[in-house]
Design a protein. Sequence first.
Length: 493
Amino acid sequence: MPIYKDQQIRLFNSLTGKKETFQPIEDGYVGMYVCGPTVYSNVHLGNVRTFMSFDMIFRYLRHLGYKVRYVRNITDAGHLENDADVGEDKITKKARLEQIEPMEVVQRYTVDFHNILNIFNFLPPSIEPTATGHIIEQIELISTIIENGFAYEINGSVYFDVHKFDETNEYGKLSKRKLDDLIHNTRELDGQSDKKNPQDFALWKKAEPEHIMRWPSPWSDGFPGWHLECTAMSTKYLGEQFDIHGGGMDLKFPHHECEIAQNEAAKGKSPVNYWMHANMLELNGQRMSKSTGNTVNPDELLSGNNKFFSKAYAPSVIRFFIAQSSYRSVLDLTDDGLLASEKGFYRLMEGLNILDNIKASEKSTLDINAWKQKCYDAMNDDFNSPILIAHLFEAVKYINQIKEGLASVNEEDLLTLKQTIHIFIFDVLGLENTTKTESGTDKLTGAVDILIKLRQDARANKDFALSDKIRDELADVGIQLKDGKDGTTFSSS
Ligand code: AMP
Ligand code: ZN
C-alpha cells in the first residue's frame, strides 16, 4: 500500500489563504507546475531557494508513493524589461550586449542552470518545456481567448481585456487585489502603448523591425506575452485543471493572476487547485534580485570568492541552511546563519556515522514509531522542514546517548531508525553525506574542482571571458590552474 494512504498532507493554498487537506484530482497522481527561470543570466541563490523548495516538495510527494508529473519550464522567448508590455526583451538585450545570437544566450544560461541544479543535487523535473518550443500552442490559446471575447487586436498586437473579463469573472482573486484599486493605482503609460486600458496585458506583441526573436502569427510577426507560455505549457502537459502550481512569491501578481485569467477566458475553468508560493531569499536584509544587483551566485558562495561571506560552504550545507526555514518564511542569507547551519549539518552527519556502528539491545528506550510519525507529521504540515530537522536532531541525541550507554535500541527499532533517517535526510531533504576535514584541504579541493568544472562549461559555451576570469581570480588568491591533456589540475601557493 502506498505511504500516502496513511499520511495526510495539509498545504497552504495561496488562493484561499488557508491550510487545506491535499486531495489530488486523480487518486495517486499529482500534477505540479513550477515557473522556471528566464535564461538571460546566471541563476542567483534566491532563484535556487525557490526551486529547492519545490524540489523538496517533489521529493516528498514521490516518497509518499504519488506518481508525480513535475513540469518546470524554461523561459527562453524573452520577457520584456521590468516585466512591462513595452521595451526590449531581456534575452535580446543580452545578445546585443555580448554580440551573440539570442539562442546562444539561452543555451549558455540553460546549461549554467542545469549545472547549478546538479551541484545542489536536484532531481530533474519530469518535463522541462521551453517557451519557444510552444509558440503554436500559445497562438492557439490567443485565438480562443479572442473568440471568447476576452482579447482584442490593435496594430498587430493582442491584449487581454481585463475589464471585460472582470465583468463575468474575478480578476485579482489570487493576489487579493480589486480591479477598482488597480485602476486607481496604475500610472498612465503616456501613449507608450495602444492598449484600451493600462491594466490590460499583452498576449501577443508585434515585433519592431530590430526585434530579433519573432514568429509569424495571424496578427503580426511578433512574440508572445510573458504570462502566456505558462498557461500553454501547464495545461498541455497537466490538463485544463491540475493539482499544484508553484513559483516565487513575486510571481503571484501579475504573472499567476494573469495565468488564472487566461485559463478561465480560454477554457472557462480555474486551472489550479493549490497555488503555492515560496518566500524570498534576502541578502543583508534586502531581497536578492538580478535587477538591483543584490545577489550572490551559487559559485561565489561555493568557492568563498565573494565580498559577503567569510569562507566557502559545501552545497549540502547551503541546502541544509535553506531547509532550516519554512519555504513560506523570508530567509536572510548571512554568514552567521551559514556557520550555524554548517555546524548543525556536520553534527547530523556525525550522528549518521555513529548510527552505522550501533549495536542493537534487548529493548528500546525511545518510542521509534512515534518519532517516525512525528517526522511525517512535520512534512505533512505544509512541508515544515525546520520541524522535521528538529526531530532529526532528537534522533541524533538518542544515537549519542546509545553510544554512551545511556540509552538502548532493539533490533527492529534500529532498522526503522536507520531507514527513516536515511529517507528524510537523503531522499526528502536531498542532502549528501559530506565529510568535514579538520584541515579544510578536502573542502578547498572540492570548491576548486567546482570552479574547474564551471570553467570547462564556460569554455564549452565559448564564454572565454568567464573562463579567463575564473583562472585569473583563482591566481589572485594563490591557486594556479594548469591545463593538461588529461584535464585541468591546480596547485596552491
Ligand atoms: P526569474 O528567472 O526571475 O523568473 O526567477 C525564477 C524564480 O526565482 C521565480 O520563481 C522567482 O519567483 C524566484 N525568485 C526570484 N528572486 C528570488 C528571491 N530573492 N528569493 C526567492 N526566490 C526568488
Ligand atoms: Zn510562469
